[in-house]
Design a protein around this ligand. Structure first.
Ligand code: PMV
Length: 343
């Protein structure tokens, strides 16, 4: 009996599929300032984006995520919705374009592509969702065409797509999602892996307010350009905090890291990227006994993080919840993107 592959069955070139998973991230110290060349410390966490890719005979890319679906011919960048109207286009067009780049790179014009994205990373809240989706997409396409692809190439391709979304990204999100672990990151320099003295859970509180990283980064740029004295001061302090955080991580000293996160939050306040909701959650976490707490990512909404001793974690989680946040307890993910083939 012929199996029912549904609407696109006739286009399936073969049953071989590739799967890639890439992790989310939290920035422990140094977001925003990293855009101007200072060091930031970032950790991959165990929340993932998964991309599944298979070949199509027809020269189009069909991209799906949840109830959204769109199609894009390989030879022109014009994406049209199959399911989910304009919302599907907003969500899936950048991914389809990235897939087109990958396809041209690794398969020429010889084949079309089915791409399916399933991400557990909340979108637009500072956890690097778009980078993880881009990294998993590129890795799945490279694996499908059985290309030996260096991690650096995956990172670079994913970074190109981020540049289209916000003009001056540091590249930190793509780097951590590709390579995993904890790293000290400086724009346009080789990153350094951080060997942890001890691993620790990271409490994440999501304020639920989505925002655009590009808009917030542009706002900070305008502020720093206007107030050059303050800019010099905060950039110097941010760099120092990240250097000290590096030592705390190597020593496995979560208490010290928490204190440095508090200092980092003061700098983020000075550049006006915190919000009333985030401040409330950060204060609640500290009052419940956290070693420290700060926003993570671009701010203006999105998430905060807190560190606490194992016995204080339940109280800190509860305090953040009462202050209005949705909470997760994340672990540091040592591995970056992984991909494999399935028949
Ligand atoms: O909010 P996110 O996950 O997009 O993180 C952005 C981090 C920034 O430092 C604010 C911007 C950047 O490009 O590094």
């Amino acid at each position: 009996m012929t199996p029912d592959y549904g609407k696109y069955a006739k286009d399936l070139g073969e049953s071989l599929k590739s799967i890639a998973v890439a992790p989310a991230k939290v920035i422990l110290t140094g977001e925003h300032f990293v855009v101007y060349g200072t060091t930031a410390i970032v950790s991959a966490v165990n929340i993932y984006s998964k991309a599944t890719a298979s070949k199509r005979r027809e020269s189009i890319i069909v991209t799906r995520s949840g109830s959204f679906e769109c199609a894009m011919p390989i030879d022109n960048g014009c994406c049209r919705t199959l399911k989910g109207g304009d919302k599907a286009l907003v969500l899936l067009e950048p991914i389809s374009q990235l897939a087109q780049t990958g396809l041209r790179k690794w398969a020429g014009h010889s084949t079309g592509l089915n791409l399916s994205i399933k991400s557990d990373i909340p979108v637009g809240v500072g956890l690097g969702s778009s980078a993880a989706v881009a990294v998993s997409t590129i890795a799945a396409i490279a694996r499908l065409f059985r290309k030996r692809c260096r991690l650096e190439t995956i990172r670079e391709c994913a970074f190109e797509s981020e540049r289209l979304i916000h003009k001056i990204p540091s590249g930190i999100d793509q780097t951590i999602s590709t390579f995993g672990g904890v790293i000290a990151y400086q724009k346009e320099k080789p990153f350094r892996r951080v060997t942890l003295g001890r691993t620790f859970p990271i409490i994440i509180g999501d304020s639920g307010r989505k925002r655009s990283t590009g808009d917030i980064v542009s706002g900070v740029r305008a502020l720093l350009a206007e107030r050059s004295e303050m800019a010099r001061e905060v950039l110097r302090s941010a760099n120092m905090i990240s250097r000290k955080a590096l030592t705390a991580l190597r020593d496995g000293n979560a208490r010290r890291l928490g204190q440095l996160m508090n200092q980092n939050q003061e700098l983020l306040d000075r550049i006006s990227v915190s919000t009333t909701e985030l401040d409330k959650m950060i204060l609640a976490a500290r009052e419940a006994g956290a070693f420290g707490a700060k926003l993570t990512g671009a701010g203006g909404g999105g998430c905060m993080i807190a560190l606490a001793s194992p016995d204080r974690i339940p109280a800190v989680v509860e305090a953040i919840r009462e202050a209005g946040g949705t909470t997760f307890i994340a672990n540091i993910e040592r591995r970056g993107v992984r991909s494999w083939l399935v028949n």
